[in-house]
Design a protein around this ligand. Structure first.
Ligand code: SF4
Ligand code: SF4
Length: 87
């Protein structure tokens, strides 16, 4: 099963990052990430340091295997405060 990580970053409310097992280990994403948010993981797809990720998606564009996907989750609506009566 593909590794999936769900993390919170300072610049994006919530992002789920998938680096699929189709990763060929070419290292292009590591070289492309100017935020140093990707690190090599021996015998595995790269590990993402979400606290560094700016969400630029350069790694998605450069991956020749199409192995990186990002899913953004919209911030939740704030709950109304207290209880009210509309009558
Ligand atoms: S989205 Fe940008 S900052 Fe985040 S891991 Fe990919 S290349 Fe790095
Ligand atoms: S660019 Fe794609 S195939 Fe290459 S190491 Fe990164 S995730 Fe794997």
């Amino acid at each position: 099963m593909a590794p999936t990580r769900t993390e919170t970053t300072p610049t994006i409310h919530k992002v789920t990052v998938e680096i699929l097992d189709s990763c060929k280990g070419c290292g292009l994403c590591l070289l492309t990430c100017s935020a140093k948010a990707l690190v090599a993981a021996p015998s595995r797809p790269p590990k993402i340091l979400t606290q560094n990720c700016t969400g630029c998606l350069d790694c998605v564009d450069v991956c020749p295997a199409g192995s990186i996907s990002f899913y953004y989750e919209a911030p939740k609506e704030k709950e109304p405060r207290g209880k009210g009566c509309l009558q």
